[in-house]
Design a protein around this ligand. Structure first.
Ligand code: GAR
Length: 194
């Protein structure tokens, strides 16, 4: 059975989407924040969870190996020594990288007035939000769109796309999103009409 670790510092909605989607994958939830809601989700999904500081993670990932480490709202920069121990590590970012790196990416895109933003799943490297792009999916911003609607659309697409990407990486399958992959975006992506 494939083994993954999902790391998050906060709300954990991507963790929940991935955990509900994957079948026959051994999942461990890890947080650096003991008060994070992701830990509540792990509890009700009956997924083992751990709270570890970055230092403790060094030891943990030295002793425990995973097919993939999945960052989902993990708000720490991962030091080189830890990244080496983790092995392959991917992240999701709520913009079309390389645009709008860093914090508040959805807001940055909205305030910039772009007509297309989206999500990116990428390899984690030492440089923030800069590793090789694995998958992207667009979200259109029309003139009447409110900020809250954009946020909702971004998260909806994240929850559809990230689980599929994780599954495809674990199965060594090619990643090529088309309209077939995104039922449920309700027309806010650029690839289909909902
Ligand atoms: C997601 O929108 C993710 O793209 C973003 O944090 C949110 C976590 O939500 N990540 C980044 O901004 C990384 N730079 P979640 O905890 O509900 O999954």
């Amino acid at each position: 059975m494939k083994k993954i670790a999902i790391l998050g510092s906060g709300y954990g909605s991507n963790f929940e989407a991935i955990s509900r989607y994957l079948k026959d994958v051994d999942i461990t939830c890890i947080s650096d924040n003991k008060d994070a809601y992701i830990l509540e989700r792990a509890k009700y999904l009956e997924i083992p969870s751990l709270v570890l500081s970055l230092d403790e993670m060094e030891k943990y990932f030295d002793e425990n190996k995973f097919d993939l480490v999945v960052l989902a709202g993990f708000m720490r920069i991962i030091p080189e020594s830890l990244l080496k121990k983790m092995g392959r590590c991917i992240n999701i970012h709520p913009s079309l990288l390389p645009s709008f790196k860093g914090k508040y990416a959805i807001k940055q895109a909205f305030l910039a007035g772009v007509k297309v933003t989206g999500i990116t799943i990428h390899e984690v490297t030492l440089e923030l939000d800069s590793g090789r792009i694995i998958a992207q999916y667009p979200v259109m911003i029309d003139d009447s769109m409110h900020y809250d609607e954009l946020e909702e659309a971004i998260h909806r697409v994240e929850h559809i796309i990230y689980p599929q990407v994780v599954e495809k990486l674990l199965n060594n399958e090619p990643i090529n999103f088309s309209r077939d992959n995104c039922s449920g975006c309700q027309g806010n992506c650029g690839g289909c009409q909902g």
